[in-house]
Design a protein around this ligand. Structure first.
Ligand SMILES: Nc1nc2c(ncn2[C@@H]2O[C@H](COP(=O)(O)OP(=O)(O)OP(=O)(O)O)[C@@H](O)[C@H]2O)c(=O)[nH]1
Ligand SMILES: [Zn+2]
Length: 189
């Protein structure tokens, strides 16, 4: 069930953080910041407000049993350890068993899971599990490639480093050639 976002609480929190870092929350540039941040959080954490039942609705009457791959889907998520963005591309493949979905539905499912405090491994696995659960395909594979700003702009400071995660289900797990086909297709321009 989706939670209700409490923008007043977010505003109070932002005010406290600004005070905490020693800022003057009354100066003109910051006066509206708590309100703006609350509005932004509603957008970047919108996945918490979305109902999973509304996603990945299948298209009736289409019989396709070959691989479908939606690749190079850009996304933004937020690392739950530091609340800094991680940014990258996702590649989603599945082999239908009767049910196919509109392609935008795959990207919407990614958005739903990315727009919340996340960990890249969990995002990858949850997306694969959701596709398996909702579409009951013969298999699916999700590969995500992202840069974490908590690794780039602070801490270990390794800008440009990429984290690649994959989740492999069904026939993609049991059949190496299917997995390889997906990886080859991802590489192609
Ligand atoms: N596995 C995984 N780790 C992540 C992800 N995002 C951030 N991290 C890591 O989470 C860890 C959090 O480490 P902590 O030691 O609790 O916090 P910290 O002292 O701020 O960590 P540093 O980033 O190492 O300075 C760090 O190693 C981050 O690089 C992610 O999506 N997956
Ligand atoms: Zn982080």
């Amino acid at each position: 069930m989706a939670n209700k976002m409490d923008s007043k609480k977010i505003e109070q929190g932002v005010r406290l953080i600004l005070e905490g870092i020693g800022e003057d929350i009354e100066r003109p540039g910051l006066k509206d910041t708590p309100r703006r941040v609350a509005k932004m959080f509603a957008e970047i954490f919108a996945g918490l407000q979305t109902l999973e039942e509304d996603l990945l609705k299948s298209i009736e009457g289409e019989n396709h049993d070959e691989m479908v791959l939606l690749k190079d889907i850009p996304f933004y998520s937020v690392c739950e350890h530091h609340l800094l963005p991680f940014i990258g591309k996702a590649h989603i493949a599945y082999i239908p068993s009767g049910k196919i979905v509109g392609l935008s539905e795959l990207a919407k499912a990614l958005e739903y899971l990315a727009k919340r405090p996340q960990v890249q491994e969990r995002l990858t696995a949850q997306l694969a599990d959701m596709i398996m659960d909702r579409l009951k395909p013969r298999g699916c594979m999700v590969v995500i490639d992202a840069e974490h700003l908590c690794m780039s702009m602070r801490g270990i400071k390794k800008p440009g480093s990429k984290t690649v995660t994959s989740a492999v289900r069904g026939i993609f797990r049991s059949k190496q050639s299917t997995r390889e086909e997906m990886l080859e297709l991802i590489k192609k321009q």
